[in-house]
Design a protein around this ligand. Sequence first.
Ligand code: AOF
Ligand code: ZN
Length: 360
Amino acid sequence: MQRAIDLARGALGSTSPNPAVGAVVVQDGIIAGEGYTLPPGQRHAEIGALQQAGPLAKGSTLYTTLEPCCHFGRTPPCTDAIISAGVREVIAASIDPNPLVGGKGLEKLRVAGVEATLEPCSDVGELYEGFAKHVTTGLPFVLAKFAMSLDGKIATYTGDSKWVSGPLARDEVQRMRRECDAIMVGINTVLADDPQLTARAHDGSALNRQPLRVVLDSHCRTPSEARMLREPGTTLIIASGEAPGQEIERLRAAGAEVWSGPLHSPGMVEMSEVLVELGHRDVVSLLVEGGGIILGSLFDMGLVDKVNVFIAPVIIGGSQASSPIEGHGPEFMSQAWKVDKTEIRQIGPDWLITGYPNRT
Ligand code: AOF
Ligand code: ZN
């Protein structure tokens, strides 16, 4: 199963709106075939593993990170292929949260005489948290990421922020970018840092497949020469009715896509509508990289599903130095977000804390 999980992880970021699945066919204790989910409309993980195993699939055990599908989507059901290949046993690490499947895949296998068991594996839940939200609500899973000092600052009072965290933490951010479908920032981040917002391979080269870059820019102030507009992939500017028509045209001519959303307050587009739009565009996992205004408004509206917080062992100080989350915030501590299921990991000199904000 560990091998199947590794195969699934390798496919993260290239399968949306489908979940990234890994599958391994084992015959006589030896791996006879491996597969992972290909981009939408192409082969599911189990089909790849069965094809590689060929005749060795007969009487084998198939390990899969997600219950095999039993419905006709863009591709035919994996359960049928498993049954006709003569697989003896299927071990799945999770139930498919898609209401069209939801346990029916394993049931169909059992009815056909295949021994089908669910062996839940703690590593797998995280693989499908985004898919589970998108397939049931149509909305992307929102992952807020920021890096701060021990005293909770993200820059000095002059705005200098290069770098709060170290190179290994920044490599970890690259992994998050490779695994998500879209990266979102606000216009102030674009104006201050001119970021590329690309996912890069380990050697620093830009990947062919890039997450969608999303900029919240209600007045279309993104410069035509912004570096991200020259990168491979699509940049989506989220404008509003307040954006002048000629600025929208200027950004389109510079290569951006522009979508106008309804205003929530002056200069701030309605975040929940932005999420609906991104969900329609098959964004299953959205990585929000700041800045503070956007993260503040997402927290104020209760739209953050998960946080990835890097804490660097530096102290910046300064009453004017920015902190990661602005917005309004709650009046009382009892209304503060509690972060559940926290995990902490050291990455070089920095710490990464992950968890799920909850206010109930
Ligand atoms: C599997 N193996 O590798 C994946 C599964 O439109 P389709 O035919 O690609 O089906 C998409 C659905 O299949 C998706 O919503 C999810 O329920 C399941 N994904 N199932 O057996 C796979 N990616
Ligand atoms: Zn399938």
